[in-house]
Design a protein around this ligand. Structure first.
Ligand SMILES: O=C1O[C@H]([C@@H](O)CO)C(O)=C1O
Length: 582
C-alpha cells in the first residue's frame, strides 16, 4: 500500500480535509498539494471518503505479501446526494482495488454457493491468493444482489520493476463507473422473486468514482434525505497538468446499465482491457459493460484555461437516468469549477452498431499475443432467454434457470457430496433448427436446475453465447458475461443466429484479446475459447445483478481432484454445517 508523505498545512472543513494551499493536484483516490505532487502522493479524506491507493506488485524474485484488513458494515451515505444505507469497507464506499486469477486457491474466489458459504454478520473471513498478472481488476460482494449496495472496488496490479509496458504515460489514475439505486437490494430482490414481478427499473443516478447528482427536487424529499449541497455528492474531478499524458483506468460495476463514457474534447486511446494489452485504437466514446476494465490514454492538450466534462450515459436500454457528470480539471483551474459548456450528450442509446464495432476493434497488442489453440475439445452453446417458471420471471441459458445449492459446489465436489446438486448434465445447446431468436418464444417456460458443466482438465472449451428476443416483442437486451478463474480468448462477435458451419471460419485465431468479461449484443452472438486449466468450481454469469439473481448463470468444474485441502473457513452452511469445527 503506498501512502507516502504526510499532509502539511491541513485544515479540517466539515467532513473534508483540505490543505491550505491554493493549487491542487488530485490523483485517483488522493489529492496532494502541487508542490508535493512529484513522486509524493498523499492520501486523505475527500468528501467523507478515505480513499486509499492500493498498489499490488507482481512478485519477481522476492515474494511480497500485502495484508489488508477490512471492516465491512452498513452505513448511511449520500453518494448522489440522496441518503441511503450502503455497505462500506473501513468506513468507505467504493474502496480502491478483482482478485486476479485465484490459481491454487479456488476457495478465495468469493462466490457464495460456489466456492464458499456466506460470510455471516459478526464473522471474519480471510481471502488469500497470489497476484499473477499486472493490470486493472475488480472485486465486489458476491452474495445475492449485495454488490450494488456499494461493496466493490478495483485493484491495480503493477508491472514488475524491470518490465516496460507497450505505451507511455506520465500519470496513472483510476475511476469506477456505476449506476445507483435508492431502493435497498433486499427490496429489489423481493420484487424480482414475487408474483406479480416487480422489475428494478432504471437506476436513479449514474456515479463516477462514487459521486453523482440526484435531482432532489424531483421528489418530495426533505433536506435531511436529499441535499444537493452535500459535499459527498460534489462531482468527481481528475486534475491534469496541461501537456501531460494520463493513463486512466476505467472500470464498470453497474448493477444494470451498459455505459458510454466520454471526456469532452478529448480522444481516448484504448491500451488495456481486463488486464491484457490492446493494440491501441482511438475512441470518442468508450462503451463499457459491467465487470469490464479498460485503460485509456488521454493527453491534456486542450485549452488549459477551463475544465472539461467527463460524462457517462446509459446505452442499450431506453435511458431514464440523467447522465453521470465529473470534471477533467486542468491545473490550475479550481477542481470544482464547472466547464463553461453544456455537457455533451452521449451516443444514441439504441444504436448497437458502434458498440459492436468497438467490441470487434479490441485485439491483443502485437507484442503480447497469446495464440489460442486452433481447435477446441468441446463446444457449448448458451441460448440466452427470458422465461417464466410457475408464474415467476427468470433468465435462463438453454431454457435452464440456474439456482444455487445449499452446499457450495467446491465443497460438495471435493467431499463427494454429489446428492447436494443435480447430477443430470445441463444442456449443451438448444434447438438450433427451430428456435426463432427474433421473436418471443412460442413457449416461454423453462426449468430450474443447479446442475453444472464438468470440463476435462486442461481441455479447450468453446462457448457460444447466443442472444434472443426477450418475452416482449422487438426487444433483445445486452448482457455482459463474466467468467471466474480464467481469462478467455474472444474469438468473434456476430449478428443474428450463430451458424455452426460458417461462423467458426471467421474466428480471429491470430490476435484475439483475452478478457474475463464480454458483452453479448442484442440479437447477436459472442464466441469465446478457454483452457480448463484452473482446478476448482467457477461461475460464469451475466454480470447484471438482477439477471444473475434471476438465474442467468452456469458453473464449470475442472480438475477437482487437483484442488488442495479446503480451508474450514469456507464451510458452515448446507451439509457442511459443523465441518471444520474442532
Ligand atoms: O429482467 C428484466 O425485466 C425487465 C423487463 O423485461 C420486464 O419488465 C427488463 O428490462 C429486464 O432486464
Amino acid at each position: 500500500m503506498t501512502i507516502v508523505g504526510t499532509l502539511s498545512n491541513e485544515t479540517r472543513l466539515g467532513p473534508t480535509l483540505v490543505c491550505s494551499c491554493t493549487a491542487w493536484v488530485y490523483s485517483d483516490f488522493c489529492q496532494a498539494p502541487i508542490g508535493a505532487f512529484n513522486n509524493t502522493e498523499v492520501c486523505f479524506e475527500a468528501a467523507g471518503f478515505v480513499f486509499v491507493h492500493i498498489s499490488l506488485y507482481v512478485p519477481i524474485a522476492e515474494a511480497r505479501i500485502r495484508h489488508y484488513k477490512w471492516e465491512v458494515k452498513y452505513e448511511y451515505k449520500s453518494p448522489d446526494c440522496y441518503k441511503k444505507l450502503v455497505i462500506t469497507i473501513n468506513g468507505n464506499l467504493q474502496d480502491p482495488q478483482s482478485w486476479p486469477r485465484k490459481i491454487g486457491t479456488p476457495w478465495s474466489d468469493g462466490t457464495e454457493g460456489v466456492t464458499q458459504c456466506p460470510v455471516v454478520p459478526g464473522d471474519t473471513f480471510k481471502y488469500e491468493f497470489k497476484v499473477d498478472r499486472a493490470g486493472t481488476y475488480l472485486y465486489h460482494a458476491h452474495y445475492g444482489m449485495q454488490r450494488e449496495s456499494g461493496l466493490y472496488g478495483s485493484i491495480r496490479v503493477s508491472v514488475p520493476d524491470n518490465f516496460t509496458e507497450p505505451f507511455a504515460y506520465d500519470y496513472d489514475r483510476s475511476i469506477i463507473l456505476t449506476d445507483w439505486y435508492h431502493k435497498s437490494t433486499y427490496e429489489q430482490a423481493t420484487g424480482l422473486s414475487s408474483i406479480p414481478f416487480v422489475w428494478v427499473g432504471e437506476p436513479q443516478s449514474l456515479l463516477i468514482q462514487g459521486k453523482g447528482k440526484f435531482n432532489c427536487s424531483s421528489a418530495s424529499l426533505t433536506a435531511n434525505t436529499c441535499n444537493t449541497s452535500n459535499p459527498e455528492c460534489s462531482p468527481y474531478a481528475i486534475t491534469v497538468i496541461p501537456g501531460k499524458t494520463y493513463r486512466l483506468r476505467v472500470a464498470s460495476l453497474t448493477a444494470l446499465s451498459a455505459l458510454s463514457f466520454q471526456i469532452e474534447g478529448h480522444n481516448m486511446t484504448v491500451v488495456e482491457a481486463d488486464g491484457h494489452y490492446v493494440e491501441p485504437f482511438v475512441v470518442k466514446n468508450l462503451f463499457i459493460y459491467s465487470g469490464e476494465t479498460y485503460s485509456v490514454l488521454i493527453k491534456a492538450d486542450q485549452d488549459p484555461s477551463r475544465n472539461y466534462w467527463m460524462t457517462t450515459n446509459v446505452v442499450g436500454r431506453l435511458p431514464n437516468t440523467t447522465q453521470g457528470l465529473g470534471f477533467l480539471n486542468y491545473y490550475p483551474n479550481h477542481p470544482r469549477r464547472s466547464p463553461p459548456t453544456v455537457a455533451p450528450a452521449g451516443p444514441i442509446w439504441n444504436d448497437t452498431a458502434p458498440r459492436l464495432a468497438q467490441s470487434l476493434a479490441i485485439k491483443a497488442h502485437h507484442d503480447f499475443i497469446v495464440t489460442p489453440p486452433t481447435t477446441s475439445d468441446r463446444v457449448i452453446v448458451f441460448l440466452n432467454t427470458q422465461n417464466e417458471i410457475n408464474g415467476y420471471r427468470h433468465w435462463s441459458v438453454n431454457n435452464v434457470s440456474f439456482t444455487l445449492p445449499h452446499t457450495p459446489y467446491l465443497i460438495a465436489l471435493k467431499k463427494k457430496l454429489h446428492h447436494q446438486f443435480s447430477q443430470t448434465p445441463p444442456p449443451e445447446g438448444y434447438d438450433f433448427a427451430n428456435y426463432d431468436i427474433y421473436n418471443v418464444a412460442k413457449n416461454v417456460n423453462a426449468t430450474t436446475s443447479n446442475a453444472i458443466y464438468r470440463l476435462g482438465f486442461n481441455t479447450t472449451v468453446d462457448i457460444i453465447l447466443q442472444n434472443a428476443n426477450t418475452m416482449f416483442a422487438n426487444n433483445s437486451e445486452t448482457h455482459p458475461w463474466h467468467l471466474h478463474g480464467h481469462d478467455f480468448w474472444v474469438l468473434g462477435y456476430g449478428e443474428g443466429k450463430f451458424d455452426m458451419n460458417k461462423d467458426p471460419k471467421k474466428y480471429n485465431l491470430v490476435n484475439p484479446i483475452m478478457k474475463n468479461t464480454v458483452p453479448l449484443h442484442p440479437y447477436g452472438w459472442t464466441a469465446l475459447r478457454f483452457k480448463a486449466d484452473n482446478p476448482g468450481a467457477w461461475l460464469f454469469h451475466c454480470h447484471i445483478e438482477a439477471h444473475f439473481y434471476m438465474g442467468r448463470g452456469v458453473v464449470f468444474e475442472e480438475g477437482i481432484d487437483k484442488v488442495g485441502e479446503l480451508p474450514s473457513s469456507i464451510m458452515g452452511c448446507g451439509e457442511t454445517k459443523g465441518f471444520g469445527k474442532p
